[in-house]
Design a protein around this ligand. Structure first.
Ligand SMILES: [Zn+2]
Length: 397
C-alpha cells in the first residue's frame, strides 16, 4: 500500500482464480522464501486449528466454569483483566478457569503454522518469533519457548505462559504439579513453596516471619504492568541489530498497544533493509494506522496460507543443506620405515572423511506432504487459496 492509493482499491476483492491475485501470491511467496532473517509475530489465529475449544461459545469452557460460580457476574473478557483480583469471587473464577483452560491446551496439537515457524528456525532463517499466545504450542514442535530469558530462545511469549505459575510476592516461577492443578481448579491459589521455606527457616530461628505468597498463572493481564518489559525491549533491540529482512505477522488483529509499537519498530528496520512486511489474517486492519507499515495483506487462515506455501515453495520444507568443511586432502607421502622405529603414518583421506562424517548428516529426501485443503483447491498445476481467500496486494495504502 502506498499513501496515495485509494482505500477502495485495497478492498478490490480479486478472486483467487484471478491471474493478478495469483501473481501477487507468488510474489509474496518469493519474498518469504528469499528472506534470510525473518521476525515472526503471532496471535490467537495461529492456534485456532489446534483443537483448543472455543471457551466463549454457549457450551464452552467459560460457561461451564460460570455454572460453578452462579453469583459471579463476570463477562469472558473480564477473565483477562487484572481488575478481577479486586473481588474474591472473581479471583476464584479466574483460578478455576485458567486451570481448566490449561487442561484443554494440554490436549491441543501444533498447527501447520507452528510447524512452518519451526521449519524457518531449522533453516536458520528465523531471528525470533514473538507470540501473544500463552498456550506454548510452539514447544510441541521443539522450539525453545519462554516468557523472557536470553537471546537463544526462538519464541518469546509476550504475555506469559499458562503452563507456569508465579508467586505474587517473591515472583519465583514454579511448574504445575497435580496438586497445584487441583487446588487451582477448586478456585484457590496454592501457597508459594519458596516463601513457605523461608517462613519456616525464620520461624525455627525465632525471627519474625513474613508473608507467604500465592501462586498464580504466569500470564500478563490487561491493566497490569508488564513484569518483563525491559528485558523484552533489550531482546528486541538485539534482534533489530541483526537487520531482519522480513516481518511476518500471523493471526493477530494487532489491537494491543505494545504489539503495535513492536510492529512499527520492526517494520522500519525491515524496510530500511529493503525487506517487506507481510500480514496474514482473516480480518482487515485499519488503513489509517497501518499505511506505510504493512506491505501485503493476505486475507485468510494462516494454516491455509502455509499449505499454499508448502506447494509453492517446497524447498522451504527441505532440510538445510549442510556445508562440508573445507578440507585440504594431501596425497600420503611415502615414509621410510626404518628398522626399530615406530611407523608414522599420515591420516588417510578416507579416515579423515570418516572423522568428519560424525558432524555431517546427509540431508533427508524431502517428502511432499499431502495438502490439508480440499482436493479441488489444488486441482490444477498452479497453486491457489481457498475460493473465499483473497489477497490485498500492497494492501493498506
Ligand atoms: Zn514466593
Amino acid at each position: 500500500m502506498t499513501e496515495d492509493t485509494p482505500t477502495a482499491s485495497m478492498i478490490a476483492r480479486a478472486g483467487v482464480r484471478d491471474e493478478g491475485t495469483r501473481k501477487e501470491l507468488a510474489g509474496i511467496a518469493d519474498t518469504v522464501a528469499k528472506s534470510k532473517k525473518a521476525i515472526v509475530i503471532t496471535g490467537a489465529g495461529i492456534s485456532c486449528n489446534a483443537g483448543i475449544p472455543d471457551f466463549r461459545s454457549q457450551d464452552g469452557l467459560y460457561n461451564m466454569v460460570k455454572a460453578r460460580y452462579p453469583s459471579a457476574g463476570m463477562a469472558g473478557k473480564d477473565l483477562f483483566d487484572s481488575i478481577l483480583f479486586t473481588d474474591p469471587l472473581s479471583t476464584q473464577v479466574f483460578y478455576t478457569f485458567m486451570a481448566e483452560l490449561r487442561q484443554c491446551i494440554n490436549g491441543a496439537k501444533a498447527t501447520a503454522t507452528h510447524k512452518f515457524i519451526k521449519k524457518m528456525s531449522d533453516r536458520g532463517r528465523l531471528v525470533r518469533c514473538y507470540t501473544q499466545n500463552i498456550d506454548g504450542l510452539e514447544s510441541l514442535e521443539g522450539l525453545e519457548v519462554c516468557d523472557v530469558d536470553h537471546n537463544k530462545n526462538q519464541v518469546l511469549q509476550l504475555h506469559g505462559d499458562i503452563h507456569q505459575l508465579k508467586c505474587n510476592l517473591c515472583h519465583k516461577v514454579e511448574v504445575y504439579t497435580e496438586e497445584y492443578t487441583q487446588t487451582l481448579q477448586s478456585g484457590r491459589a496454592p501457597p508459594c513453596s519458596s516463601c513457605f521455606e523461608k517462613h519456616q527457616l525464620r520461624e525455627v530461628a525465632g525471627l519474625r516471619t513474613g508473608r507467604i505468597g500465592a501462586l498464580r498463572p504466569n500470564i500478563v493481564l490487561y491493566g497490569e504492568e508488564h513484569p518483563t518489559a525491559d528485558a523484552i525491549r533489550k531482546m528486541t533491540a538485539a534482534d533489530l541489530r541483526r537487520k531482519p529482512d522480513l516481518l511476518l505477522i500471523l493471526g493477530t488483529s494487532l489491537k494491543v498497544t505494545g504489539i503495535r509499537s513492536l510492529v512499527k519498530n520492526i517494520s522500519k528496520v525491515v524496510h530500511a533493509k529493503g525487506g517487506k512486511v507481510v500480514y496474514i489474517n482473516k480480518t482487515q486492519l485499519p488503513v489509517s494506522i497501518w499505511a506505510g507499515t504493512i506491505d501485503y495483506w493476505v486475507e485468510g487462515c494462516c494454516d491455509e496460507w502455509v499449505d499454499y506455501m508448502k506447494e509453492a515453495k517446497p524447498s522451504l520444507w527441505e532440510p538445510k543443506q549442510l556445508q562440508l568443511p573445507k578440507m585440504k586432502v594431501t596425497k600420503p607421502k611415502k615414509i621410510s620405515n626404518k628398522e626399530n622405529e615406530d611407523p608414522i603414518l599420515p591420516t588417510s583421506p578416507s579416515k579423515r572423511k570418516t572423522q568428519c562424517s560424525d558432524k555431517v548428516t546427509k540431508p533427508k529426501k524431502a517428502v511432499k506432504g499431502k495438502s490439508h485443503l480440499p482436493a479441488d483447491v489444488f486441482s490444477d498445476t498452479t497453486m491457489d487459496l481457498k475460493p473465499d481467500t483473497k489477497i490485498f496486494p500492497n494492501s493498506v495504502v
